[in-house]
Design a protein around this ligand. Structure first.
Ligand code: AMP
Length: 226
């Protein structure tokens, strides 16, 4: 069995699609040297690489539904065994089901660890459809943009790396976002209670601007990792 690497902090970002988990996880990487671990990114990489797991996940992801726990847990465990995890991790988009949360608790317990904090990014559902439908990223550095809220300063050029290639996710359209929101409410939102009971839940209003949310998150991270 793959051993999970020992890590000083295990932070979970919870929230529906569009809440800003990926954006904020990247900022926490910059601010605290933590490692962003996004199961969505790992699955998209598996789809692009054409692995068996990727082949099975592709249609499920395009339909806005959840990939099976067994596939997700296998890629998560593999990633958690990498040495960079020792810097501390921000789980972005994982866990998403009761089964995944229980498996994570077990995996960490085997390494004598536990979840440091689960931070729930609280947002209004209706605003999420607009937020997700207009987003795109730089293909080079991954910087996130939005047709309405955050265009590159110079059209067609990435503010961060100067690249000219941008991409949109196949599942970032209004219809699929609604499906993803309902999967979130049915299967993932109950985890808020799981982490509340475990005494590690933090809630944050994530409807404000990106910089304010980044600051509020930084305060929480400093507090829970002190
Ligand atoms: P994300 O990038 O987190 O929005 O995830 C994109 C898609 O990947 C989701 O809509 C699911 O189909 C799949 N996915 C990502 N993470 C998980 C997970 N933890 N459990 C099940 N499916 C997932």
């Amino acid at each position: 069995m793959t051993e999970v690497a020992t890590t000083p902090a295990v932070l979970i970002l919870l929230g529906p699609p569009g809440a800003g988990k990926g954006t904020q996880a990247r900022m926490l990487e910059e601010d605290f040297g933590l490692v962003q671990l996004s199961t969505g990114d790992l699955l998209r990489a598996a789809v692009a690489a054409g692995t068996e797991a990727g082949r099975q996940a592709k249609a499920v992801m395009e339909a806005g539904q959840l990939v099976s726990d067994s596939i997700v847990l296998a890629i998560l465990k593999e990633r958690m065994a990498q040495p960079d995890v020792a810097r501390g991790v921000i789980l972005d988009g994982f866990p998403r089901t009761d089964g995944q949360a229980a498996a994570l608790d077990r995996l960490l317990a085997e390494a004598g660890q536990r979840v440091t904090a689960a931070i729930s990014l609280e947002v209004d559902d209706e605003a999420m459809v607009g937020r997700v439908s207009g987003r795109f990223t730089c293909a080079g550095c991954g910087e996130g943009y939005h047709d309405e809220f955050k265009r590159p300063a110079q059209a067609g050029t990435c503010d961060r790396c100067g690249g000219h290639d941008f991409k949109r996710r196949a599942d970032d359209n209004a219809e699929t976002v609604r499906e993803r929101l309902s999967a979130y409410h049915a299967q993932t939102a109950p985890l808020i209670t799981h982490y509340d009971r475990a005494g590690v839940l933090q809630r944050i209003d994530a409807m404000g601007n990106i910089a304010d949310i980044r600051n509020a998150l930084a305060e929480i991270v400093k507090r829970v990792t002190a």
